[in-house]
Design a protein. Structure first.
Length: 341
C-alpha cells in the first residue's frame, strides 16, 4: 500500500497526481498539503515546458536577426537539454529536443559564421568549452566549424583555418556519438603548419582510439592524398603499431570512388560539402594508390591471411566479424575499397 507523503502512514485516502496523503494530514495539515499541491503543479509546468522546448526553440529561430539573439537561444537550448536529462536520464527526451533544433540551429550558426567570419566561431569556442561541465552539447557549433574548415581550405588554403578551431575539434575524440563523428572533419586541416596532426594520431593509437584516428585521417585524403598517404604509410611501417590498429587505420582509404561517390557524405551533417566546394569526383593518383597497396600488402597480407585461415575454421563466425577484409586475395587485383569492414 502507498504511504502518506507527509507522515508516512499507509493510505489511499487522497491523491495529488502520484502523491498520496492520509485523511488526517489532509484535514489537520492543510497548509502543507496546499504547498505540496503548488510544488507538484510547478513541477508539471516545468516538465511540460521542457517537453515542448524543441518546438518552442525551433520556432524562435525563425525570428533571429542578430547574433545576440542567437546567443540567447543557444543558452536556452543548453538549459533545456540539461533539464531533459533531469526529467529523463535515459536520454529519450534529449534526443527528441535535439531532433527538433539541431539542424536549424547548425544552419543559423553557419550563416552568422559566413557573415562575420572565424572570429564569430572562435568566440563561441571560448564559451562552449567541452571541459566546462555546464556545457552539455557542442554538436551544432562543431557542425558549423566543420563546414567552415572545409570551405576555408578550398577558398584560402589550409593556413586560413585558425588552428584553435582544429584543436577544439580534437577535444571531442572521446565524446559521444554526434560530436565524436563531427570531430573527424579536423582532418581537413591535417597539414596546417601549427596543427600537431601526427602527434594526435600517435596518441590516439596509443590510447586504443585507432578508429577515431582513421576517422580524422580519411578527410586528409580528400584534402591532399599524397601527403595523407605518406602519413598512413609511415604508421603502417611502425613496428610498435599492432596489426589490429593498422587494420583500423587503413579504413581511412576505403571510401567509395565509384558511382556511390555521388551520394552525400554523412559529415558534416546537414551540408553537402562536395557540392558546396565543387569538389568533383575523387580519383586516386596512380603512384599514391600503388604506394598504399604495396605498403598494405607488405605489412598486413600475412595478418589478413591468418585471419582468413581462422575464419575457415570458425564455424560460429565470431572471428569473421572481427577480421576486416578477410576475403581479399592478394594474388589477384584488388582495390582499397576491399579493405572496408
Amino acid at each position: 500500500m502507498p504511504k502518506c507523503d507527509i507522515c508516512g502512514k499507509p493510505t489511499t485516502s487522497h491523491k495529488i497526481e502520484k502523491v498520496y496523503v492520509c485523511h488526517t494530514c489532509w484535514v489537520n495539515r492543510s497548509g502543507e498539503v496546499e504547498s505540496m499541491r503548488e510544488e507538484i503543479e510547478l513541477a508539471k509546468i516545468f516538465a511540460d515546458n521542457v517537453r515542448n522546448s524543441g518546438i518552442v526553440i525551433s520556432n524562435k529561430l525563425n525570428g533571429v536577426v542578430t547574433k545576440y539573439e542567437l546567443y540567447e537561444i543557444m543558452a536556452e537550448y543548453q538549459d533545456m537539454l540539461n533539464n531533459s536529462l533531469f526529467l529523463d536520464p535515459d536520454g529519450t527526451l534529449y534526443i527528441k529536443i535535439e531532433s527538433k533544433v539541431s539542424e536549424r540551429l547548425s544552419n543559423l550558426i553557419f550563416k552568422f559564421a559566413l557573415e562575420e567570419g572565424w572570429p564569430f566561431l572562435l568566440d563561441l569556442i571560448k564559451v562552449y568549452d567541452p571541459d566546462n561541465e555546464e556545457v552539455i552539447d557542442c554538436s551544432t557549433i562543431l557542425n558549423a566549424i566543420s563546414r567552415m574548415v572545409i570551405l576555408t581550405r578550398h577558398k584560402e588554403g589550409v593556413e586560413g583555418i585558425p588552428v584553435e578551431a582544429l584543436e577544439y575539434m580534437v577535444k571531442f575524440h572521446e565524446a559521444p556519438d554526434t560530436e565524436w563523428e563531427e570531430s573527424f572533419v579536423c582532418g581537413w586541416g591535417f597539414d596546417h603548419p601549427d596543427f600537431r596532426f601526427k602527434e594526435i594520431l600517435e596518441q590516439a593509437v596509443e590510447d586504443d582510439e585507432s578508429i577515431w584516428a582513421s576517422g580524422i585521417l580519411e578527410p586528409a585524403f580528400y584534402a591532399d592524398q599524397k601527403k595523407a598517404a605518406a602519413i598512413l604509410i609511415e604508421f603502417l611501417r611502425k613496428d610498435y603499431v599492432s596489426n589490429v590498429d593498422k587494420m583500423k587505420l587503413v579504413q581511412a582509404v576505403t571510401f567509395y570512388t565509384d558511382a556511390k561517390w555521388d551520394e552525400p557524405d554523412l559529415l558534416p551533417r546537414y551540408w553537402d560539402w562536395k557540392r558546396a566546394v565543387d569538389y568533383g569526383r575523387f580519383r586516386w593518383d596512380d603512384e599514391v594508390e600503388r604506394a598504399l597497396k604495396d605498403a598494405i600488402e607488405e605489412e598486413l597480407a600475412d595478418y589478413i591471411a591468418e585471419g582468413q585461415s581462422k575464419v575457415i575454421h570458425d564455424t560460429i563466425g565470431r572471428i569473421a566479424d572481427s577480421i576486416p577484409a578477410y576475403e581479399i586475395d592478394f594474388s589477384k587485383e584488388w582495390s582499397l575499397e576491399d579493405l572496408g569492414i
